[in-house]
Design a protein around this ligand. Structure first.
Ligand code: SF4
Ligand code: SF4
Length: 390
C-alpha cells in the first residue's frame, strides 16, 4: 500500500485516476461519499461511488429563470458551476424529527433522535458554498443556543472543495468577496489542470485521507498554474460584469455584479421605495429563492400524530419568509403583501443579517436568480433602489 504523509497546507499533484482512490479511501474510513450528479437535467448532490458518476464533460448555462446543461469537449470533471443543491440540505435537512413521543399504557415516553449521524464526505463544494457554510455555522452554532443536530452533522462532514474554472452569468461571488478561489474551510481542495489535479490539504483529516493516495509534491510552477485559474476567472468576472457595452453586444446572458457600497443603509433608508411594489407585481411568493439559498434558515415546527394519537413526532421543516403563515402572530399575518415579504427577504439578506450575524447573508452564488420562475434578480433590484438601473 502507498503510504505518504502530507502536511497541512501542502499542495500535492495527483493523477486524475487517483480521484477514485480518494473516494475509495474515504469509504474505508467510514464516510458516505456525496458528489455532483445529473438528475432530471440539473446537477444535484447524490451518492458518488465512482468517477464515472460525476458529470464529466458537462457545463451549465444559467440566467434569470433559466438553467441548461450541455456536453462540452473542453469541460473537465467539475466545470459546471452550482446547481440548486448546496450543503444546507445535509446539515439542516428540509424535514427533521426533533422529538418522538410514544404513549404506552397511558404514559408518554419521549425521546430525541440519535444525534450520531453517518460521516459524510461531499465533493465539488465551491468557494461561495464554503462561505455559506461558515454563515450557517454562525446561525446554528454561534449563539447561546447550539443546534445539536446541526452540530453533530457538521462534525461528521468532510469537505472536498473545488476551485471554479468557469462562472455562470448569475454568479457574483467577486462582488461579495466569497470567491471564486477557495481560501479555507475545507479538508481538501482540488484544482483541475489539463492532466491532473492539484490538491491542497486543509486539515488533519484531509492529510490522513491523502496518506493512502499516490501523489507527488507540487512544484512552484504547479501551484502558480493552479492559483492563476481562480485569478484569471475572477478578473474575467469583474471585467465582464463592469463592461455594459460588451454585454449589450453579446448574445450571452448578462454577467452579474452587486454594488455593496453602503448597502445596509441604502436598503433600510428605502423601506418605502416604489420598487418593492414593482417587484411584487412579478413575484409569485413561491419561496423558490429561499429554498435554494444556501444561507436561508427559516423553519417552522409542528406536531405530527398518527391516527391513533399514540405516536407523535415534533418536526422541524424548512419555511420561508415568502409565505403568509411565516409572519403569523396571534393577531394575524404581519407581512400581508408580497411586497412586504420580498422587502423582508432582501433587507434581511443584505442589511439586517449583518446586524444579526456580522456578515452579509448573501454569498453571490446566484441560485435565487436562476431558480426564480420569473427571473427576479436581486442584483437588479438593488441597482434599481440605488437609482442606477440601466
Ligand atoms: S423572488 Fe422569485 S423565487 Fe422568490 S418568491 Fe418571488 S417568484 Fe418565487
Ligand atoms: S441570496 Fe441568492 S445569490 Fe445570495 S446566497 Fe442566497 S441564493 Fe445565493
Amino acid at each position: 500500500m502507498f503510504v505518504n504523509k502530507a502536511p497541512i497546507k501542502s499542495y500535492l499533484s495527483v493523477g486524475k485516476s487517483q480521484l477514485q482512490s480518494l473516494i475509495d479511501g474515504l469509504h474505508k474510513l467510514g464516510y458516505q461519499t456525496i458528489g455532483p450528479r445529473i438528475v432530471d437535467g440539473a446537477i444535484v448532490y447524490g451518492e458518488l461511488n465512482a468517477i464515472s458518476d460525476l458529470p464529466v464533460g458537462y457545463v451549465d448555462w444559467q440566467d434569470g429563470g433559466k438553467y441548461r446543461l450541455e456536453p462540452s469537449d473542453e469541460a473537465g470533471h467539475f466545470d459546471y458551476v452550482v446547481g440548486p443543491d448546496s450543503l444546507k440540505k445535509f446539515l439542516f435537512p428540509a424535514r427533521e424529527t426533533l422529538l418522538q413521543s410514544i404513549r404506552v399504557d397511558g404514559t408518554w415516553n419521549m425521546a430525541t433522535p440519535d444525534p450520531a449521524p453517518h460521516p459524510l464526505a461531499v465533493f465539488g463544494v465551491r468557494s461561495c458554498d464554503l462561505h455559506a457554510l461558515a454563515i450557517q455555522d454562525k446561525v446554528f452554532l454561534g449563539g447561546p443556543y447550539v443546534d445539536p443536530g446541526y452540530q453533530s452533522r457538521r462534525n461528521a462532514l468532510f469537505v472536498v472543495a473545488v476551485n471554479c474554472r468557469r462562472a455562470a452569468a448569475t454568479c457574483f461571488c467577486h462582488s461579495m468577496k466569497t470567491g471564486p478561489a477557495v481560501e479555507g474551510g475545507f479538508d481538501l481542495a482540488l484544482t483541475e489542470l489539463a492532466d491532473r489535479f492539484v490538491v491542497q490539504v486543509g486539515s488533519t483529516r484531509g492529510a490522513e485521507v491523502m496518506t493512502n493516495i499516490e501523489w507527488t509534491a507540487c512544484t512552484l510552477q504547479d501551484i502558480d498554474d493552479a492559483r492563476s485559474i481562480s485569478k484569471t476567472l475572477r478578473d474575467q468576472m469583474r471585467t465582464r460584469a463592469h463592461n455594459a457595452e460588451t454585454q449589450r453586444e453579446s448574445e450571452l446572458p448578462r454577467e452579474r455584479h452587486l454594488d455593496t457600497t453602503d448597502i445596509h443603509d441604502l436598503l433600510l433608508d428605502n423601506l418605502e421605495h416604489p420598487r418593492w411594489s414593482q417587484v411584487a407585481n412579478r413575484c409569485l411568493a413561491c419561496a423558490n429563492c429561499t429554498i435554494v439559498c444556501p444561507t436561508c434558515f427559516c423553519s417552522s415546527v409542528s406536531e405530527v400524530s398518527d391516527l391513533s394519537g399514540d405516536n407523535v413526532r415534533r418536526e422541524r421543516a424548512w419555511d420561508s419568509c415568502f409565505t403568509a403563515e411565516h409572519s403569523y402572530m396571534n393577531t394575524g399575518t404581519v407581512r400581508k403583501t408580497t411586497a412586504s415579504r420580498y422587502r423582508q427577504w432582501l433587507t434581511h439578506k443584505l442589511a439586517t443579517w449583518t446586524d444579526q450575524f456580522g456578515t452579509s447573508g448573501c454569498v453571490g452564488c446566484g441560485r435565487c436568480i436562476t431558480w426564480c420562475p420569473v427571473g427576479i434578480d436581486l442584483t437588479e433590484e438593488v441597482a434599481a433602489i440605488r437609482g442606477d438601473e440601466s
